[in-house]
Design a binder for this molecule. Sequence first.
Ligand code: B1M
Length: 237
Amino acid sequence: MADDEEDIVLSELDDDELVQQMHDDLYDGLKEEIEEGVNILLGRKWTPYEVLTKALVEGMRIVGIDFRDGILFVPEVLMAANAMKAGMFILRPLLAETGAPSVGKMVIGTVKGDIHDIGKNLVSMMMEGAGFEVIDLGINNPVENYLAAIEEHQPDIIGMSALLTTTMPYMKVVIEAMKEKGIRDDHIVLVGGAPLNEAFAESVGADAYCRDAAVTVEIAKEMIAERRRSNSEAMAN
Ligand code: B1M
């Protein structure tokens, strides 16, 4: 590390410089610096959502490009992911601090064979922030975990995440199992993850593909409202 880099005092940087530095620190997997940067931006009255998207998610996007291009390898990306999670840990309660009554319940998990969880965690955080109750099943979930959680929690929404082209087909396994049990139409099924798209979501029988966490919240709210409208119409008739 160059001497001038050692001397950087995060709190003395202006907002743009600090965000740029946080992208570099995320890239280098510097957990404590990310925590410090997040706290400084919050202290400067940035909203938790701005900190999340501009400093953390954008930084991780850059990491992703260099991972794809073979410039970064798994251990480095793991360190970046840990630094990102440390930042998210600070933001989570702030994003969830709406105090709104639950607008619906979602069970979410990353599918079997897949251990990527940053995107899923972001979705959970944003959904909680929007007033949803979220039951997070974590990573590497076989179909049995989804079915057990559906039975236990009776959620409005089942969310599935997959980041690998090899694991995304597993979403169909879960949806088919729901069909076999006759419970598919009792729940809204939302899917997401970088390699997915709308055509894929349709092909596996999901209700919608969610491009990112903010879109997930919008779609979830719309679909729950629609479902409640048609249920009350059905009861009235
Ligand atoms: Co992995 N990895 N990785 N990785 N990794 C990718 C996905 C990859 C695209 C990198 C690349 O080559 N460019 C590539 C997949 C290629 C492919 O399948 N076509 C890849 C690979 C190959 C692998 C390994 C196989 C590498 C190896 O071992 N040789 C291995 C697989 C392990 C496994 O799962 N079995 C592996 C391992 C890892 C790490 C452990 C090192 C680490 C994960 C750490 C963790 O998650 N705790 C890691 C990471 C960090 C990545 C990248 C760099 C970043 C993923 C991420 O966190 N993005 C990723 C490259 C990339 O995606 N550009 C890559 C940030 C996050 C905010 O975005 O996850 O897309 P994302 O989530 C978004 C949306 O997609 C959406 O909303 C989120 C928030 O806006 N969304 C949902 C996601 N899930 C949703 C669920 C919903 C709704 C929306 O439900 C309703």
